[in-house]
Design a protein around this ligand. Structure first.
Ligand SMILES: [Zn+2]
Length: 502
């Protein structure tokens, strides 16, 4: 059984932190506590910390610049805090092999910037550069580190605030499902391994843990094992809420149900883990277990729809999740992208995938075919035309691009995508795509309901950055002027209050 090192995290004296950090700073004056690092730190900062987590290097490609490379990261912890160290391409080659989970390193020089909260728990992230130095300390050179802050119990997972957040939890393995292989989202010819286990604890709460990829096949569990989920993400899809263990997370057996507590080195397990282990062994046979469930309905907005100005959406003040949040905005479409207003999709109701362009010059190969299912174009089965209309929505605060798909675009334009495509093919001077869009969509103020999803892109220069996917899910015929006036008055009140407070 694979059981990655876990003892490294335990510190018998983590309660007297302030005293220890003083020690570090006096003994070794050039070493800074991790908690003191910020964007304003001198570029030649130096820290000494223990490596607690090592990611798998990942390939990335920047579609805009065409650059590609690898990205990898490690988590370092000292007695003051934790930091994510990220490396790109050459730095992955130079530094990544040096790091080993459980060992202590001094790391110096690099760019400090605020961490993407969605991918790590530390406040800051350091990007190593060619000037950086990573030096492994001798094995005798032990440092006191904080122990990870595990959620106190599984019942806490009911908190909406934790959805999409990265967390550490402890639980007892209660059920283990068989390993399955699911088609991947991007390429249905590939599969990804998935294993689901449920964890419970003495708050009588259970949560499903989905383990993805190689960890699903290499980690083995027994009912009664006490496990730690590290850097796990709480995800919510409709009414389902569960823990996801992917490449950037770890799941570790702290106490094995088979071997029990190691009497020779009981300090390897925390007090809490020993407690849970004993609790599970002695729990009543008929325990009423609450399951953690999402609050959302399977359909419809997860959260309340909030009215926003465009600027409030585009500035970071409003944090979006990768689950999709719903926002209404009263705005005027001021521009549409002229290319790719529609696409041809597989007519198979269960598929509806975008069809690839026919590439062959051979006329017998000119029939469209779907790469997802086995559909082939025949005289009796033609592709469906579906909209993919990009609209620039503007209000007095700014502009944002939004996409209208086939569920809403026919209503905005007043005809389905096939009819518009037909008009386009006719190549008529009077009635063309531009004039139709101009008279239907453009410059007609409406209140749009937008679904906004955050997704993160890895870039070689700026690291991982957030982008917003904005799609239009609803649109009113016109703006309700009374409601909109109320909204604007509310904004004016907010400004007045801020002025009075300051
Ligand atoms: Zn298909």
């Amino acid at each position: 059984m694979l059981s990655p090192t876990r003892k490294l995290l335990k510190s018998p004296h983590s309660s007297s932190q302030s005293q220890q950090s003083q020690e570090v700073s006096t003994v070794n004056s050039d070493i800074l506590p991790i908690s003191s690092l910020s964007r304003f730190s001198p570029r030649n900062w130096k820290i000494k910390a223990k490596c607690t987590f090592k990611s798998n290097p990942k390939e990335f490609q920047n579609k805009r610049t065409g650059n590609s490379g690898t990205v990898a990261s490690v988590d370092l912890i000292d007695n003051s805090g934790e930091i994510r160290i990220t490396m790109y391409t050459e730095q992955v080659e130079t530094f990544f092999p040096i790091f080993e989970v459980g060992k202590v390193y001094t790391v110096s020089h690099g760019n400090i910037r605020p961490a993407n909260k969605h991918f790590c728990k530390s406040e800051y992230e350091a990007i190593l550069t060619s000037d950086s130095k990573v030096v492994k300390c001798s094995d005798e050179d032990v440092i006191q580190t904080q122990s990870r802050t595990f959620l106190e119990n599984l019942d806490r997972l009911n908190s909406d605030r934790l959805v999409s957040a990265m967390i550490d939890i402890i639980g007892v393995v209660h059920t283990i499902d068989d390993l399955t292989h699911l088609p991947t989202r991007n390429d249905s010819s590939k599969t990804i391994a998935k294993k689901t286990i449920t964890l419970i604890d003495d708050s009588n709460t259970s949560i499903a843990v989905n383990i993805w990829g190689p960890k699903a096949t290499t980690r083995s569990f027994h009912v009664g094992d006490v496990v730690e989920c590290v850097n796990a993400v709480l995800t919510e899809k409709g009414a389902d809420r569960n823990i996801s263990i992917s490449e950037s997370s770890e799941i570790i057996v702290a106490i094995s149900a088979e071997t029990g507590i190691d009497q020779n080195s009981p300090s390897q397990a925390t007090q809490r883990e020993i407690e849970l282990f004993e609790w599970y062994k002695n729990k009543p046979a008929h325990l009423e277990i609450k399951r953690i469930e999402g609050k959302a309905q399977a359909l419809g907005p997860r959260k309340e729809t909030v009215a926003k100005t465009v600027k409030e959406i585009t500035t970071t003040e409003y944090e979006f999740s990768d689950q999709g949040d719903f926002v209404t905005v009263s705005a005027v479409p001021t521009l549409t992208r002229r290319s790719n207003v529609w696409y041809m999709a597989c007519p198979n109701e269960k598929c509806k995938r975008k069809l690839p362009d026919p590439t062959s010059d051979d006329p017998s190969e000119q029939n469209l075919r779907c790469h997802n299912c086995s559909w082939v174009q025949t005289e009796n089965s033609q592709p469906h035309y579906r909209y993919l209309l990009s609209v620039l929505l503007s209000d007095h605060t700014g502009s944002i691009w939004a996409t209208a798909f086939d569920n809403i675009a026919p209503r905005l334009i007043g005809m389905d995508a096939a009819s518009l495509a037909k008009i386009h093919e006719k190549n008529d001077d009077k009635e063309n795509v531009d004039s139709i869009l101009l008279h239907s969509v453009l410059f007609a103020p409406r209140t749009f309901t937008l679904r906004i999803k955050k997704h993160t892109v890895d870039t070689p220069t700026q690291g991982s950055i957030d982008r917003l996917n904005v799609s239009i899910v609803q649109a009113t015929e016109q703006v309700d002027t009374a409601a909109y006036s109320n909204f604007v008055l509310g904004k004016i009140n907010e400004i007045q209050q801020k002025l009075e407070e300051s």
